[in-house]
Design a binder for this molecule. Structure first.
Ligand code: NAI
Length: 302
């Protein structure tokens, strides 16, 4: 079995001062990567800031004989993103790996979801991934190599009561991945997505206590490390991970129903009539990009 090794690679992990990000940073460093440990150090709902969290993880990595540099910027600003990437360039000369992991929660049911809670959560998760990925992507393009990980959530993929802001932001990252996997392809930039379920301060009142006890962040890192290694040649994968179980999620499209020859507009009643066929997911297809979807319409476009 080939060994996954990060010697000579430079990685940025956002939100690496705690939880999952800390675990990724430690494991990457143990396998030879030089790691930028970014963390704003605020509260679970994104208030305040502190250097302590990032500093502590940098010290832990150094104590293990690894190399790391701290960064305390906010991922949600363009300047913060630039500074995070600059930290990697200044300390280690390049950026090969970016793990977009920083995150906060502000759960409320939709009717109580104030604009500020919507905007702040969108800013950290979705805008944050834009702000850090853009300067990193530019550097990766120049060097012809890159691995980017986005962090989504089952709350977005499948739905979770009270998390409309978070779920929306997390699904935005799937759209961003779908485009970056295409735009990065010719530069050997692979963009993949992790869907973790693990004990952290974000999940301490979300996961039942008996799950929380067992679901260590250690179980997520193996999938993330493989996806950000040069041995991973896939891009656009959405990988669920928890407790040693790994699986792929994807947006699939059912076979559908042709209600027209492409010249006559069907009636709403015809749609109703064929609803079970239209909504069926039997024998679904996966489209790697939008133009592939047009292939299905072939007979109608003649
Ligand atoms: P955590 O709260 O332990 O870690 C998140 C870290 O991000 C914190 O250290 C925090 O200070 C940092 N952070 C927050 N806002 C920041 C900002 N604007 N700039 C820089 N750093 C910032 O939580 P956890 O669970 O480790 O979360 C990591 C990621 O995984 C998040 O994106 C979260 O949404 C996602 N996730 C976690 C799940 C879980 O089961 N723990 C489930 C699904 C997704």
């Amino acid at each position: 079995m080939a060994k996954i090794d990060f010697t000579g690679r430079v990685a940025i992990v956002t939100g690496a001062g705690a939880g999952l990000g800390r675990q990724y940073a430690l494991e990457l460093a143990k396998r030879g990567a030089k790691v930028v440990v970014n963390d704003l150090g605020g509260s679970r709902d994104g208030v305040g800031s502190s250097d302590a969290a990032a500093k502590k993880v940098v010290d832990e990595i150094k104590a293990l004989g690894g190399q790391a540099a701290p960064n305390y910027d906010n991922v949600a600003t363009a300047q913060g993103g630039e500074n995070i990437v600059k930290t990697a360039i200044d300390a280690f000369g390049k950026v090969d790996i970016l793990i977009n992991n920083a995150g906060i929660l502000r759960d409320k049911t939709f009717t109580k979801m104030e604009e500020e809670n919507w905007d702040t959560v969108m800013a950290v998760h979705l805008r944050g991934a834009y702000c850090v990925s853009k300067p990193a992507f530019n550097k990766m393009r120049e060097s012809g190599y890159g691995r980017i990980i986005m962090t989504t959530s089952g709350a977005g993929l499948f739905g979770n009561f009270g998390q409309s802001n978070y779920a929306s932001a997390k699904m935005g990252l799937i759209g961003l991945t779908n485009v970056l996997k295409l735009e990065g392809a010719k530069y050997n930039i692979k963009v993949n997505v992790i869907v973790p379920v693990a004990a952290s301060r974000l999940t301490e009142d979300v996961l039942p206590p008996q799950f929380f006890e067992k679901m260590k962040p250690d179980f997520i890192a193996p999938a993330v490390l493989y996806m950000c290694s040069e041995l991973c040649q896939d891009s656009g994968m959405i990988i669920n991970a928890t407790l040693g179980y790994f699986s792929r999620s994807a947006v699939m499209t059912g076979p559908g129903a042709f209600l027209s020859d492409g010249t006559r507009v069907p009636s709403p009643e015809e749609v109703m009539e064929s609803w079970n066929k239209i909504k069926s997911l039997e024998n679904p297809k996966y489209f790697d990009q939008l133009p592939e979807m047009f292939g299905v319409l072939g007979p109608l476009l003649k």
